[in-house]
Write a protein of this length. Sequence first.
Length: 107
Amino acid sequence: MHGLQTVWREESNFRIEVGVAVLAVIGALVYNFTYIEFAFVLVACVMVLAGEVVNTAIEDLCNKVEPEENAAIGKIKDIMAAFVLLSAAGAVLLGLLMLGNHMLASS
């Protein structure tokens, strides 16, 4: 729990992602997603949040190991940021597909 508190305090992106995750869960409830659809939403949200936690840990480790600007450290940080970006993009696509399906079905 201490790690989550630290990430919450130090990372504005994590707080934004938590907010988006809450909205996604509310949307899934409003549109009466099935249990399987709801599970996919939860997995996608957790994947993005976990990715942000790992990204933060690796960035902090890199900053501790090499506080000065370093090409290899920059590459590592960029790769971790890409992981978070890909997981977030996948979560958004998943959400749009399921939401679109429910919106089409209700019209």
